[in-house]
Design a protein. Structure first.
Length: 73
């Protein structure tokens, strides 16, 4: 993927990572981003469950699905 320009959010993240003093700070920043996206995912899953889009029957169907992309030779 080639990026010609970055938006404000991307620049802010790059600047934050560039300011990390050591590996411990870098890992702490990475944890913050992981937690942010995990919380967003959890909220979206809860919304789908609450509105009926996602339920136990659908989860059982997905468990048996083969969703991997086939490899090209």
């Amino acid at each position: 993927m080639q990026v010609d320009t970055m938006n404000e959010s991307q620049m802010m993240i790059l600047e934050s990572f560039a300011g990390a003093q050591d590996e411990q700070e870098l890992n702490a920043l990475m944890d913050v981003l992981r937690n942010f996206y995990a919380n967003r995912l959890e909220s979206e899953m809860q919304r789908l469950w609450d509105d009926g889009t996602l339920n136990q029957e659908r989860l059982d169907q997905l468990r048996g699905e083969h969703l991997r992309t086939t490899y090209r030779k």
